[in-house]
Write a protein that binds this ligand. Sequence first.
Ligand SMILES: [Zn+2]
Length: 119
Amino acid sequence: MESAASSSSEIVTSIIRNPTVINCPHCNSKILRENMGLLVEDTTFELPVKDITDTKSYNRWYQLKDMFDFENIGFTKNKSGTAQEIKYLTCADCEREAIGIAFMNEKKFYLAIDLVKEQ
Ligand SMILES: [Zn+2]
């Protein structure tokens, strides 16, 4: 088991990592190599929807603990009004939309499985 020293409430039912390479669904840029992200389910975060002042909830993620474990990732500006530093992840090449969320202080990075392409 991984360390349980975490302040967030995600439920890790078993250690499952992404079995395939993960690419951007828009420009096909490689975001993550296989076996790098830890599957986290039943954890809800909201991501902004492009061009709309709205958010959408997602609850299936690949979690990483080091931004350098990504092949290619961009960060949007900080989410406003929050005590801790939160940024959104986006494809570094096309920056089309938010595809994940980053808790910079905790060094936790979550990639939304519903928003990326698994090969
Ligand atoms: Zn892209």
